[in-house]
Write a protein that binds this ligand. Sequence first.
Ligand code: HEM
Length: 444
Amino acid sequence: MQKASTTIPAGAKFIKVPTLSRWIVVPTHPEGYQDIARAPEQWLSVHKAIEENLQAKYTTMTATAEARDNIQIPPIKGQLTRLLDELVPEVHDEIKATFDDEFPSGEEEWCSFVALPSIIKMVARISNRVLVGQSLCRNPEYITGCINYALEVFSMAYIISAFPEPIRPFVNRIISPIPRRIRSMTTFLQPLLDERRTKKGDKGDDYQPQAIFLNWLADTAEQREKDDREVVLRTMLVNFGSIHTTSMTFTHALFSVLSHPQYIAPLREEIELCIQEDGWTKPAIDRMRLLDSFLKESQRFDLMTILIGNRLAVEDCTISGTVIPKGTMVAANMVDAHFHPSMWGETADEFDPYRFIKLEEETGKVIKLPTSTLYTMTFGYGRHACPGRFFAGQEMKLLMAYFLHHYDLKLETKHGERPNNFWFGMGNVPNRSAKVLMRKRKEV
Ligand code: HEM
């Protein structure tokens, strides 16, 4: 895409990019996405784009007019983000329990783990501590179900879109494992919903529900008269949207830290100072500025995907003076955004963990891990930018701080170099078989 961009005629506002399934139209400059992000849903629809990309009618089962109500978003933007402070001890406790269970190594011994699958498991458990609470997040069957559900949605979306529309329902009925998965996930989640309902009935206004996403979602569902099935589907959808995104982003960052070992000492120094003064708390995490800048630079440099922020034109419309015909898929070009010299200057192609600290010192522009801009698009941009980004940012900082504070770490590659990424379609997956060596630090 970078090479192709040199051949774009002057004045062109958009280009058409081929993907495996269809053409996608992207602006020729990162600023061009602004008008796409501002376009009303009746022109450029995020829901229709997701429904097409995920084949949501068959996979997440969220392609009905009713489901477009998106009841999962208010509790994420509301309680989950408002209570980040209170969630730090919970998340820290779950990280500690996960490490104790998964890596019970002695002080002297190095042990090795395959990074990506281990991190997916860890992130699934840690995130679910906040999504559904301690009892379920420590249930390996439930966690495996959450991880597999996401993989099943991806693979079914891929398979189903290869068939013509009229026969998709039959293909889906014959081969989809998703209905069985939903039934099995319901057996885990329904007892929690029943318990909440009973306690609420018994205690009335005195009922103090446990601070977990499932309870906040159930409150929203009740207000909007949605049933328990909708709550289960939405909980699974949030699991789908959070586990693999967080673990892929985090694994990219872990590989970047370990392939630039010169930054481990300053990162550790900052982490140790912050937790000495404030403990494992939100103020401590917020003060870890170098860690924040490092993770943000890793997001900038180690792209998660090439195109992001897809929207489907549901009627002919005019965007930035160009007619976009109905049925066109538009998106942002992440490569252009994350490496554009007008924003990143001559060092755009270099990995600089101090980049966001320097940017703030030199220009006053504050870009932190959850900040979404037209030039830092990992969490999307505009009114549909990821609502879970504040939680995800805090979780990733806590997890990286925990790793670096408690363990010596190195890559198990020939010369400690970063393992190659795996490009799948537009997605950039961190190497799936690369191993990391770790050993408990003596002094901690
Ligand atoms: C590093 C981790 C994550 C990344 C990279 C990420 C990225 C994204 C992106 C790119 C979008 C689409 C934005 C757009 O179309 O404009 C999105 C949407 C969304 N994300 Fe995340 N996400 C992450 C974690 C999470 C977490 C932890 C949650 C929930 C707790 C979450 C919940 C959602 C939801 C509900 C949406 C749909 C928003 C809407 O349609 O308005 N994400 N995310």
